[in-house]
Ligand binder design. Structure first.
Ligand code: NAD
Length: 478
């Protein structure tokens, strides 16, 4: 399959092309069209037209039905979506078929249900009664879509994170111009095909491909016709988008980077904590924003935990590559830096050799480090690879101080069998999500997002519908 733009209900491939490289073996899979400023302009114009056209007049029930048809459309082409996701990212097929594609379907279903089940989100809340100085009045609130929403998504969970924004944006009645990562254009193109078939009015969903800085991403986020920006990616990119959006005071919803801590207390079920940390540090080769890169372990179980984690890391196989040669080089540069900073490399630390086509791909070894000071760049900066640093602590307060001493605050994991400790510690960890004795257990209705440099705002359930709509007060004097 080939990547195409989808603008105003029409597929097109204009703009200069750039190569699409398979992370699994380094081969060239095809070409991706780079959206020029004109393509982006056309997409925004098509979205604006949809809002004053049939899409703008579509009621809640019809919107919910359309979202369900999109979910059904992805389901019907499930294997094609899995193939495209695996080709784009190199991730294990099992991961794509149990997480990425089912969650994309779930995103459309969840917002169809939320919309239909809670119509007051889309309609009105009424406050009969008194208004100061004016006697009796009836106040009600109308939720209005924001207008044209730009959705910019990253390469690590390409379809999951794209649909996590597109579904609520459409549910709330907006028109969307989406730009997926230049590294992973294929599932987004399939989604456009499904949406086209699902009968969404032309222009309600548009897709443009291309790069970020100085290219399609920047043209889109700085566009005067864009009414809101929903972005997932690096914190530095978030800052650049904010600067670009400032001229038009465009509202933003940001899901950004992390340097996520795990706290392992001596009273934890150590089997579960080791298992959980293998998952939280090494799933998708560490390329999930929620992955653990800092592990703090209470001293009495520190040695045993490190030994067991390292043994498991060494035994991992069947893992996927880094997304690109450039990202592999970045991760390897941190492996080198860790050694320069004085780390002990307890497991991994290099490039694996498979003796097959994968040797042309962008793989790095799952890696466990110890012995670094908290000031080390390896401990402070997001690496976004299969690597964690493990350090000991002696008291609960110290564990919290270490966990919270970070510019980031996305997700954390607490491992303990002490119920009181769990409740005491969880609210004090400065992250948007705190998992206790689990990791990445997600209910799509819960607030999702980060504090500090990890983001602005919350997504999930009604939080997304709130971002993607504007409450308008209507006041009638009686
Ligand atoms: P990235 O910031 O490099 O790119 C993300 C998207 O932004 C891409 O589509 C890219 O083309 C676009 N972009 C880049 N520069 C731009 C600019 N100046 N203007 C407009 N658009 C621009 O991120 P990535 O490397 O694709 O993804 C990895 C990062 O994403 C990590 O930092 C990770 O933690 C973060 N992430 C966060 C979450 C979360 O929910 N908080 C989820 C997944 C990934």
């Amino acid at each position: 399959m080939k990547a195409e733009h989808y603008v105003g209900g029409v597929f097109r491939s204009d703009g200069p092309a750039f190569p699409l490289v398979a992370p699994a073996d380094g081969t060239e899979m095809g070409a991706v069209p780079e959206a020029t400023r004109e393509v982006v302009d056309d997409a925004v114009t098509a979205a604006q037209a949809a809002l004053v056209g049939p899409w703008g007049a579509t009621g809640v029930e019809e919107r919910a039905a359309t979202l369900r048809r999109i979910a059904d459309g992805i389901q019907a082409r499930f294997e094609e979506f899995v193939d495209a996701e695996v080709a784009d990212t190199g991730k294990p097929r099992e991961l794509a078929s149990t997480v990425d594609i089912p969650r994309a379907i779930g995103n459309f279903r969840a917002y169809a249900e939320l919309l239909y089940g809670r119509p007051e989100r889309a309609y009105t809340t009424q406050i009969p009664g008194w208004s100061a100085g004016a006697g009796q009045a009836l106040n009600y609130t109308v939720r209005r879509p924001l207008g044209v929403v730009a959705v910019i998504s990253p390469w690590n969970l390409p379809l999951l994170l794209l649909t996590w924004k597109v579904a609520p944006a459409l549910a709330a009645g907006n028109a969307v111009v989406a730009k997926p990562s230049e590294e992973t254009p294929l599932t987004a193109t399939l989604l456009a095909q499904v949406i086209d078939q699902a009968g969404l009015p032309s222009g309600a969903f548009n897709l443009v491909h291309g790069h970020g800085a100085g290219a399609a991403g920047e043209f889109l986020t700085g566009h005067p016709g864009v009414d809101a920006i929903a972005f997932t990616g690096e914190s530095a990119t978030g800052a650049a988008i904010m600067r670009n959006a400032a001229d038009h005071v465009t509202p933003v919803s940001f899901e950004l980077g992390g340097k996520n801590p795990a706290l392992v207390f001596a009273d934890a079920d150590l089997d579960a904590a080791v298992d959980g940390t293998v998952r939280s540090s090494f799933t998708h080769s560490g390329q999930i924003c929620l992955c653990t890169e800092r592990v703090y372990v209470e001293r009495p179980v520190f040695e045993e935990f490190v030994a067991r984690l390292a043994e498991r890391a060494r035994a991992l196989d069947g893992y996927g590559p880094m997304i690109s040669a450039e990202h592999r080089d970045k991760v390897l540069s941190y492996y080198r830096l860790a050694r320069e900073e004085g780390a002990e490399v307890v497991a991994g630390g290099g490039v694996p050799s498979f003796g097959d086509a994968r040797d042309g791909g962008f793989y790095v070894e799952p890696t466990v480090l110890t012995g670094l000071p908290e000031t080390a760049r390896t401990v402070r900066e997001e690496i976004f690879g299969p690597v964690c640093h493990v350090a000991p602590f002696d008291t609960e307060d110290e564990a919290l101080r270490l966990a919270n001493d970070s510019p980031y605050g996305l997700a954390s994991t607490v491992w303990t069998r002490d119920l009181s400790r769990a409740h005491r510690v969880a609210p004090r960890v400065q992250t948007g999500i705190v998992w206790v004795n689990c990791w990445n257990l997600r209910d799509l209705r819960t607030p999702f997002g980060g504090v500090k440099a990890s983001g602005i705002g919350r997504e999930g359930g009604e939080y997304s519908l709130d971002f993607f709509s504007e409450p308008v007060n209507v006041c009638i004097q009686i």
